[in-house]
Design a protein around this ligand. Structure first.
Ligand code: SF4
Ligand code: SF4
Length: 128
Protein backbone atom coordinates (compact mmCIF):
# COMPACT_ATOMS: atom_id res chain seq x y z
CA UNK A 1 0.00 0.00 0.00
CA UNK A 2 1.26 3.47 -0.89
CA UNK A 3 2.32 5.72 1.94
CA UNK A 4 0.39 8.98 2.12
CA UNK A 5 2.33 12.20 2.54
CA UNK A 6 0.52 12.84 5.79
CA UNK A 7 1.83 9.52 7.14
CA UNK A 8 5.41 10.78 7.23
CA UNK A 9 6.82 11.64 10.66
CA UNK A 10 8.46 15.08 11.00
CA UNK A 11 11.89 13.48 10.82
CA UNK A 12 11.01 11.42 7.76
CA UNK A 13 9.57 14.53 6.13
CA UNK A 14 12.73 16.54 6.79
CA UNK A 15 14.89 13.73 5.44
CA UNK A 16 13.17 13.83 2.06
CA UNK A 17 14.97 17.08 1.25
CA UNK A 18 18.16 16.52 -0.77
CA UNK A 19 19.45 20.02 0.06
CA UNK A 20 19.78 21.05 -3.55
CA UNK A 21 19.08 24.64 -2.47
CA UNK A 22 16.98 25.45 -5.52
CA UNK A 23 14.00 26.62 -3.49
CA UNK A 24 16.27 29.24 -1.90
CA UNK A 25 16.92 30.92 -5.24
CA UNK A 26 15.21 34.26 -5.71
CA UNK A 27 12.26 34.31 -8.04
CA UNK A 28 10.84 37.17 -10.08
CA UNK A 29 7.21 37.43 -11.06
CA UNK A 30 5.98 39.09 -14.25
CA UNK A 31 3.34 41.58 -13.11
CA UNK A 32 1.29 41.15 -16.29
CA UNK A 33 1.32 37.40 -16.80
CA UNK A 34 1.99 36.20 -13.26
CA UNK A 35 4.74 33.95 -14.63
CA UNK A 36 7.52 33.10 -12.19
CA UNK A 37 11.17 33.19 -13.24
CA UNK A 38 14.00 31.66 -11.28
CA UNK A 39 17.29 33.51 -10.93
CA UNK A 40 20.77 32.36 -9.93
CA UNK A 41 20.60 34.70 -6.94
CA UNK A 42 20.32 32.94 -3.62
CA UNK A 43 18.86 34.09 -0.30
CA UNK A 44 21.42 35.83 1.88
CA UNK A 45 20.87 33.27 4.65
CA UNK A 46 21.92 30.35 2.48
CA UNK A 47 25.23 28.93 3.64
CA UNK A 48 26.91 28.07 0.34
CA UNK A 49 29.75 26.16 1.94
CA UNK A 50 27.55 23.78 3.89
CA UNK A 51 24.65 23.90 1.45
CA UNK A 52 22.17 24.59 4.21
CA UNK A 53 19.98 27.40 5.45
CA UNK A 54 21.94 29.15 8.20
CA UNK A 55 18.78 30.07 10.14
CA UNK A 56 16.69 27.00 9.46
CA UNK A 57 14.78 26.82 12.76
CA UNK A 58 13.69 30.45 12.64
CA UNK A 59 13.63 30.95 8.88
CA UNK A 60 9.94 31.79 8.67
CA UNK A 61 10.26 34.49 11.35
CA UNK A 62 13.37 36.10 9.86
CA UNK A 63 12.27 35.79 6.25
CA UNK A 64 8.46 36.00 6.14
CA UNK A 65 8.32 34.99 2.49
CA UNK A 66 10.30 31.82 3.23
CA UNK A 67 7.90 28.97 2.98
CA UNK A 68 7.63 26.01 5.31
CA UNK A 69 6.84 23.05 3.11
CA UNK A 70 4.39 20.56 4.60
CA UNK A 71 2.36 17.57 3.37
CA UNK A 72 -0.64 19.92 3.39
CA UNK A 73 0.75 22.61 1.12
CA UNK A 74 3.07 20.80 -1.31
CA UNK A 75 0.23 20.44 -3.81
CA UNK A 76 -0.50 24.18 -3.75
CA UNK A 77 2.95 25.60 -4.40
CA UNK A 78 3.36 25.66 -8.11
CA UNK A 79 6.68 27.48 -8.12
CA UNK A 80 8.65 24.76 -6.37
CA UNK A 81 11.44 23.50 -8.64
CA UNK A 82 10.24 20.61 -10.78
CA UNK A 83 13.17 18.54 -9.53
CA UNK A 84 12.43 19.20 -5.85
CA UNK A 85 12.36 15.90 -3.96
CA UNK A 86 9.05 16.82 -2.30
CA UNK A 87 7.44 17.77 -5.58
CA UNK A 88 8.70 14.59 -7.17
CA UNK A 89 7.20 12.59 -4.35
CA UNK A 90 3.87 14.37 -4.71
CA UNK A 91 3.85 14.09 -8.51
CA UNK A 92 5.10 10.53 -8.66
CA UNK A 93 3.85 9.98 -12.18
CA UNK A 94 4.68 13.41 -13.55
CA UNK A 95 7.68 12.28 -15.56
CA UNK A 96 9.64 15.42 -14.67
CA UNK A 97 13.36 14.86 -14.43
CA UNK A 98 14.77 13.83 -11.09
CA UNK A 99 17.84 15.77 -10.02
CA UNK A 100 19.92 16.10 -6.92
CA UNK A 101 22.33 18.61 -8.45
CA UNK A 102 22.78 21.52 -6.12
CA UNK A 103 23.15 25.25 -6.68
CA UNK A 104 26.65 25.22 -5.23
CA UNK A 105 29.15 27.01 -7.44
CA UNK A 106 26.57 28.47 -9.79
CA UNK A 107 24.74 31.11 -7.81
CA UNK A 108 25.41 34.47 -6.21
CA UNK A 109 24.21 35.82 -2.85
CA UNK A 110 21.49 38.45 -2.96
CA UNK A 111 23.81 40.68 -0.97
CA UNK A 112 26.00 41.02 -4.05
CA UNK A 113 23.33 41.93 -6.56
CA UNK A 114 21.86 45.36 -7.18
CA UNK A 115 18.11 45.83 -7.57
CA UNK A 116 18.39 46.88 -11.23
CA UNK A 117 20.46 43.80 -12.07
CA UNK A 118 17.93 41.22 -10.93
CA UNK A 119 16.50 40.48 -14.36
CA UNK A 120 19.99 39.82 -15.75
CA UNK A 121 20.13 36.79 -13.46
CA UNK A 122 17.11 34.94 -14.77
CA UNK A 123 18.04 31.32 -15.47
CA UNK A 124 16.68 28.44 -17.46
CA UNK A 125 18.52 25.52 -15.92
CA UNK A 126 17.51 22.16 -17.28
CA UNK A 127 17.79 20.62 -13.83
CA UNK A 128 15.59 23.14 -12.03
S1 SF4 B 1 15.66 31.65 4.90
FE1 SF4 B 1 16.80 29.77 4.64
S2 SF4 B 1 15.33 28.27 3.82
FE2 SF4 B 1 14.47 30.34 3.56
S3 SF4 B 1 15.07 30.96 1.48
FE3 SF4 B 1 16.61 31.75 2.89
S4 SF4 B 1 18.21 30.18 2.95
FE4 SF4 B 1 16.38 29.23 2.07
S1 SF4 C 1 14.09 22.35 -3.74
FE1 SF4 C 1 13.17 20.74 -2.50
S2 SF4 C 1 14.76 19.19 -2.30
FE2 SF4 C 1 15.77 21.10 -2.94
S3 SF4 C 1 16.39 22.11 -1.03
FE3 SF4 C 1 14.37 22.90 -1.58
S4 SF4 C 1 12.92 21.60 -0.45
FE4 SF4 C 1 14.89 20.52 -0.50
Amino acid sequence: MKKKLTDYSSEEWENICNHCGKCCLLKLQDEDTGNIYYTDIVCKYYDMENERCSIYEKRCEVVPECLKLTPDNIDKIEWMPKSCAYRRLFEKDSGSPSSTSSIKGRCISEQNVKEDELEDHIIDWEDL
